[in-house]
Design a protein. Structure first.
Length: 431
């Protein structure tokens, strides 16, 4: 990748920060500290951490918003998507990331007032999640009081492991206290079967694993879960067809350009298939795309040679480009039926060539053919580039999309120095 390509990708990475400010109000309601229910619309975001506050409108027509925090409301619900409750109490502050492991057992905590995301509230247990910049934590509570208690997971370096002969030696200690806590909850309700014992012993400190255990204890079905949580697909598949607009240009460091060779733009078909994976299926604002494509390219330059043998000359070839491209797509305008997006990614390309010709325009010209025989093509088989995308989705299935790709090398050394840049305009169909 060239330095100019690197500069381009840095610009593309900055694009989402420009558009993240767009609001995304969804129907919902809040419960005040006095117990009053206020219906309206909540600005639902791609929250990496548990939100500290929310923006609320009584109607979409309102221009002003009201900001609520744990000091204002005890609960809020985004209809059929997510729900949160207020929590006042201790949360642990010891890091659990493998990049921030502390030396020595850390039992520190802070007393705070925050929102908890409600992962499940059953007739026996409730499960909550709280994420901040330190780590993610899970809390359970027992019916009927539903007072949250943190599920403990610790990881730290044993300070007593070093020896006189090896003072830098360390040992990582991991405490799976949450497994004992979940086992005790299952035992309380007579649900601690051999299968559940085995499952808890293997369970990681993740929402999927812990939620599965709590759901088994609650006998909580997927149907019940879907009543309060979004249960749509996290991915979809698509196919696409486009006009592939490719410009191939002779480089000044080769022999073709000074001889009179010129650029050539071809417009030929390109086909693609791929999969979109959504960071949050409920909003579908941020998605990760993997796309496989196949495009056709043609190059042809006809010129009167400025060097010996000074004859009308032709250089031409056909190219097939197979690509695989991971991308990040962000919908900066995001409604149910209309979405506008931008995105960027990396393209890994494999090239194959056919009908390669260098010689006289009159292909029977022996003098031109003799010159051409001494200047073989040395093609590149693979290269990579960056892609910038933008488009408009105007129904659940149809997407109008355009793209621009940075330069790739067709040849690397010798008489021919050729590079290509491409753009495309087409349509995708989402299944």
């Amino acid at each position: 990748m060239t330095f100019s390509k690197l500069k381009l990708v840095l610009v593309l990475i900055a694009l989402p920060s420009i558009v993240f400010a767009q609001s995304n109000f969804k129907p919902g309601y809040v419960l005040t500290l006095k117990g009053d229910t206020i219906k309206g619309f909540i600005d639902y975001r791609e929250w990496d951490n548990t939100p500290l506050t929310i923006d609320f409108k009584r109607s979409l027509a309102e221009k002003s918003v009201t900001t609520y925090g744990p000091g204002d409301i005890s609960y809020f619900n985004i209809n059929g998507i997510e729900e949160y409750r207020k929590y006042d109490g201790p949360v642990s502050t010891d890091p659990t990331s493998t990049y921030k492991v502390a030396t020595g057992r850390d039992t520190s905590f802070k007393i705070t007032s925050v929102f908890f995301k409600v992962l499940e509230k059953g007739v026996r247990l409730a499960l909550y999640e709280f994420k901040d910049d330190i780590k993610e934590r899970y809390f359970i509570s027992y019916a009927p009081e539903y007072v949250p208690k943190e599920l403990i997971y610790r990881i730290y370096l044993d300070p007593n492991w070093a020896t006189n002969t090896n003072p830098n030696a360390t040992k990582t200690i991991t405490e799976f206290t949450y497994q004992k806590q979940l086992s005790a909850a299952a035992l309380k309700y007579n649900e601690l079967s051999d299968n559940l014992i085995s499952y808890i012993a293997r369970a990681e400190y993740t929402s999927d694993n812990i939620l599965d255990i709590v759901s088994r204890i609650n006998h909580y079905s997927k149907t019940e879960y879907s009543k309060t949580h979004y249960n749509g697909s996290v991915l979809n598949f698509f196919v696409g067809a486009a006009a592939f607009i490719n410009t191939t240009t002779p480089g000044q460091d080769g022999g073709l350009y000074p001889a009179g060779g010129t650029s050539y733009t071809s417009v030929l078909p390109q086909f693609s298939v791929g999969v979109n994976l959504y960071a949050n299926p409920a909003t579908r604002k941020l998605q990760f795309r993997l796309e496989l494509g196949d495009g056709l390219i043609k190059y042809q330059t006809l010129y009167n040679s400025k060097v010996v043998p000074y004859v009308p000359t032709e250089v031409s070839f056909n190219e097939s480009t197979i690509t695989i491209s991971p991308q990040v797509i962000y919908n900066f305008y995001n409604t149910e039926n209309v979405k506008a997006f931008v995105g960027f990614g990396i393209i890994f390309s494999h090239f194959s060539y056919s009908n390669v010709y260098f010689g006289g325009q009159d292909r029977s010209n022996a003098e031109a053919a003799a010159v051409a025989a001494g200047e073989p093509f040395i093609f590149e088989n693979n290269d990579n580039s960056f892609i910038l995308r933008a488009g408009l989705q105007f129904s659940k299935h149809l997407v109008l999309i355009g793209s621009y790709q940075t330069t790739v090398n067709n040849t690397n050394v010798g008489y021919f120095s050729l590079t290509s840049s491409a753009s495309s305009v087409g349509i995708n169909y989402i299944f």
